[in-house]
Design a protein around this ligand. Structure first.
Ligand code: C2E
Ligand code: CA
Ligand code: CA
Ligand code: CA
Length: 275
């Protein structure tokens, strides 16, 4: 038993050390990064399957570090948040995401993710308004996506930020809907325009009957509240068909298109219109 206990401790410590070392490496690389050169955004379409049109593209961050290679956003955003490095990253990403939007058809919007740190920054609204103004994109074309977990910290400040972004003319989406602890209380306390049903529900639509019921209920609730509703992570025609039957009209996921490079958007739109 002793042996096992010691063995477990050793393994645990080694994993823990390795995770900490990786975290340090990522933080150092982020501090030294040439953000303008190393950060890019990919674009993934949100498709209205009823009217057969692209509603918006969601900007998804990519970081290529010369030292570490590609580091996924799920990793580097968390490190940036903890190390208080989020503000310049968000500014660079937002400017890059907005750059192509003026050339897109006017009815196509941009969705942009904000982190927990972004939301509690008192100058978020001012900085964001400035970057949007400089881009020449109408604020009404920009939707900011926030997750429930991003709202937990300082709800008052986060809500003030969202109210401010609404005043500027932007729209707000609640991301990963259904995965937090108080989804419903957020729905009526925040100035929301769109709900995004989390991928975990979409992926079990065809196998877990209660998921179907939950999604159907969320779709109805969205409609009653006047919110747009988007299903995330749609990977198959089968899932899209179930969603459609439940009244969900807007979808996003590999079934439609994976996140693509900005330069590929115009050709994608042409092919989409022709299809
Ligand atoms: P998210 O906002 O929920 O974005 C959706 C994630 O699901 C993206 O992962 C996307 O590439 C992936 N995805 C899209 N369709 C499918 C599908 O059909 N199946 C599956 N399995 N996955 C799909 P990604 O790009 O790795 O981003 C992960 C998370 O990182 C995002 O989750 C978001 O929370 C965060 N993130 C990404 N870009 C930014 C950013 O610019 N700023 C901030 N603050 N967070 C970002
Ligand atoms: Ca998102
Ligand atoms: Ca999401
Ligand atoms: Ca997510």
């Amino acid at each position: 038993a002793k042996e096992t206990a010691r063995g477990t401790t050793v393994v645990f410590t080694a994993d823990f050390d390795q995770a900490l070392r990786r975290r340090d490496l990522v933080e150092q690389a982020l501090r030294q990064a040439d953000l303008g050169a190393e950060l890019t955004v990919l674009m993934q379409p949100l498709v209205d399957v009823v009217r057969n049109r692209v509603v918006a593209f969601e900007a998804l961050a990519r970081w290529y570090s010369p030292n570490l290679g590609a580091v996924p956003p799920s990793e580097f955003i968390a490190v940036a948040e903890a190390a208080d490095l989020m503000q310049p990253i968000t500014e660079v990403l937002l400017a890059k995401a907005l750059a192509p939007v003026r050339d897109w058809p006017e009815e196509i919007g941009l969705s942009f993710n904000l982190s927990a740190r972004d939301l509690v920054s008192p100058n978020l609204v001012g900085r964001t308004a400035r970057i949007i103004a400089e881009s020449g994109v109408a604020p009404s074309r920009v939707t900011f996506e926030v997750t429930e977990t991003a709202l937990i910290g300082d709800f008052g400040q986060a809500k003030a930020s969202l109210d401010g972004l609404k005043l500027v003319g932007c729209r707000i989406a609640l991301d990963d809907f259904g995965t937090g602890f108080s989804s419903l209380s957020y729905v009526h306390r925040l100035p929301l325009d769109r709900l995004k049903i989390d991928r975990s529900f979409t992926s079990e639509l065809e196998t877990v009957p209660v998921c179907r019921d939950i999604v159907g209920t969320v779709v109805l609730m969205s409609r009653n509240l006047g919110l747009a509703c988007v299903a995330e992570g749609v990977e198959s025609a089968g899932q899209a068909a179930v969603l459609r039957a439940l009244g969900c009209e807007t979808m996003q996921g590999y079934h439609f298109h994976a996140p693509m490079r900005i330069e590929r958007v115009p050709a994608f739109l042409e092919r989409f219109a022709a299809a």
